[in-house]
Ligand binder design. Structure first.
Ligand code: SF4
Length: 441
């Protein structure tokens, strides 16, 4: 454990540091004293880029606004103060305030008719999340103490019903949730919270065991450091059991799947255990044959890959809409003849029309479409049909017909070799039915 004597220092804090402290005191301590130990996960850069893009659009929607972006914080404080006292009529972006050594930057600060101000914290999510409340409470506390008469304080999040009608026209992309009335209790805790955070920073590295708090509300960048002395986990942890069944065993202190007996488990889990322990794949070929007997020919084994940008890129799309840019299709004909078809769009243009065309070209009318995550493939097909009326007569029947897009019944098609169990946690799609199996989930 790192030991740092800091008894006399008064640490400067910010909204994000206080959020880190609320997630885990050790996280704030490490971020302050040992930032070199941080290891960002692979998605951090993409999340950062999304946040930036969303923030830029939120500002662009207010052409009369002014950005507070001088190089130093003292200049930012001075510029904010001068804009407010000088009666700047438009919104202020990144308005900067300080109280009790806590610095906050407000995404959008707008004048309210009749006097006072409205603050908005811009988020790329499609709804208010729990941690947003603490974030906003910190902002409000500092702004009020700095003398701002706040009438509203909102989380400005993405309105998932928004549809991009003209390229670059994002008016209506955001919706405000004014939380000021419900935040008073949280605001009243901020002063004590700040004192606690400073006390933690002035002490030695806090002891904290890892747990659920390490991944929520954010994946902690110190997870590798904190887990360095933990014993190596088993090769086959109970968490490989599908549908979160492993959690029940973890709560009973059992981590290794191989410590269980088949008698402790239901039929399906017992099969997984047996196949894992013995290394012998379990193929219920007869069960699969029965389940598939009623499926029509030809059979189209379909798998989409999609992107779902927070900010819609293409006209006619919504925030977070799943846009298919790739599919893989194995077309199986009666008698076992199999052909493979694929589609991939890489040029950055709207891939939906070409994708829909390729689907109708390659999937014969009346085919049975089979997808592992059927609800997902159905929703993508429905979106394509709604977007392209010309192709809708071909696309629409697939998601509508009950017998179409059925996943291989997991209850009879378990494959559970040791390797397959491990893979099943990472794969969300099945192989085509050459072996008539499905990975358990
Ligand atoms: S990994 Fe977990 S315990 Fe360690 S600092 Fe992060 S949140 Fe705290």
């Amino acid at each position: 454990m790192t030991q740092i004597r800091t008894a006399t220092r008064r640490f400067g804090l910010s909204k994000s540091k206080i959020t880190a402290f609320e997630q885990c005191p050790k996280k704030l301590w490490l971020a302050t004293h040992r930032p070199d130990l941080a290891e960002q996960d692979e998605g951090a850069e993409a999340r950062f880029a999304t946040g930036n893009a969303v923030g830029e659009i939120a500002c662009a929607l207010h052409p009369g606004g002014v950005m507070v972006d001088p190089p130093s914080l003292s200049e930012a404080l001075a510029k904010t103060s001068s804009l407010i006292s000088g009666g700047h009529p438009g919104p202020i972006f990144e308005a900067t305030f300080e109280h009790d050594g806590v610095l906050v930057r407000v995404d959008v600060l707008e004048k309210v008719e009749g006097g006072g101000w409205a603050a908005a914290e811009v988020k790329s999510s499609g709804k208010v999340k729990d941690y947003h409340r603490g974030d906003l409470a910190t902002q409000v506390w500092v702004m009020r103490e700095a003398g701002i008469d706040l009438k509203r304080a909102a989380i400005r999040h993405i309105d998932t019903k928004f549809v991009l009608l003209r390229e670059g026209d994002y008016a209506g992309l955001f919706t405000d949730a004014d939380l000021l009335p419900e935040l008073e209790d949280t605001i009243s805790t901020r002063s004590a919270l700040v004192a606690e955070a400073r006390a933690a920073l002035s002490s030695e590295e806090p002891e904290r065991e890892m747990g659920d708090h390490c991944s929520a509300p954010f994946a902690c960048e110190f997870a590798v450091y904190c887990s360095r002395d933990l014993p190596q986990g088993p090769e086959w942890p109970v968490t490989v059991l599908p549908y979160g069944a492993g959690k029940r065993w973890l709560e009973r202190g059992i981590n290794d799947l191989l410590d269980l007996a088949e008698a402790d488990l239901n039929h399906r889990h017992a099969r997984i255990l047996a196949a894992t322990r013995d290394g012998i794949p379990f193929h219920d070929a007869e069960g699969a044959r029965k389940a598939m007997a009623g499926w029509g020919w030809p059979r189209a084994w379909l798998d989409f890959e999609t992107v779902a940008p927070a900010v819609p890129r293409w006209v006619g799309t919504r925030p977070y809409q799943q846009i298919p840019f790739q599919f893989s299709l194995h077309l199986e004909r009666r008698g076992g003849r199999m052909t493979h078809h694929e589609f991939l769009s890489c040029d950055g243009t709207d891939p939906r029309w070409a994708c829909a065309e390729a689907l109708v070209e390659n999937i014969p009318q009346g085919a049975t479409i089979i997808a592992y995550n059927a609800a997902f493939e159905r929703s993508v097909l429905r979106d394509l049909a709604a977007s392209f009326p010309d192709l809708a007569p071909r696309l629409e029947p697939w998601p509508r017909r009950r017998s179409i897009c059925c996943p291989l019944p997991a209850t009879i098609g378990i494959t559970a070799t040791s390797a397959a169990v491990g893979r099943s946690r990472r794969c969300s799609r099945p192989s085509p039915p050459s072996s008539i199996t499905a990975h358990s989930r």
